[in-house]
Write a protein of this length. Structure first.
Length: 168
């Protein structure tokens, strides 16, 4: 594949897709923390259950991220990235439909595994497609915007749960 200029529509699209994909994983690592008290009330969850809701996601994400990168190298970055995005969306729906703490913990662990597929793929897509001269700027954009997603998580989580309380 020919290297793409970052300033082109295709280059910006690649970086945007990479940021959105990895941003979902970063955002989800922080957004749930704000909702833990409400989740505990709604699902009658213990403190240990709530710790696993948060830590199960982060543990599976962190422990499988190298495997996600290796799978991308072996089977194709884009393919593994897309599988990760779809898996993340499906497991997010499972989280929303969880009826008890055990179901939510399982869904969060699976969600972390899906995030481990999409996160390394997002960076490797930039590395493989953006031309060398633009790569540092593209990676800087990916990193900076991904960091913003992690920082926005608690605010977005608070806003969503505040809206939920208003409409209830």
């Amino acid at each position: 594949m020919t290297a793409v200029e970052l300033s082109s529509k295709t280059g910006r699209g690649i970086v945007a897709a990479a940021v959105l994909g990895s941003g979902m994983a970063m955002l989800d690592g922080t957004i749930v923390n704000v909702a833990l008290v409400r989740i505990g009330e709604d699902l009658n969850a213990s403190l240990a259950d709530l710790q696993w809701v948060s830590n199960g996601y982060l543990l599976s994400l962190a422990s499988l991220i190298l495997l996600g990168g290796s799978l991308g190298d072996r089977y194709g970055r884009r393919k593994i990235f897309v599988i990760g995005v779809i898996g993340f969306a499906v497991t997010s729906a499972f989280c929303g439909f969880a009826q008890n703490p055990s179901q939510l913990i399982l869904a969060r662990v699976l969600q972390g595994a899906a995030g481990a597929l999409l996160t390394p793929g997002s960076l490797s897509m930039i590395e493989a497609t953006i031309r060398h001269e633009d790569r540092a700027r593209a990676i800087g954009s990916w990193s900076g915007l991904g960091g913003i997603a992690g920082a926005v998580g608690p605010f977005l989580g608070g806003w969503l749960f505040e809206r939920r309380d208003i409409s209830a």
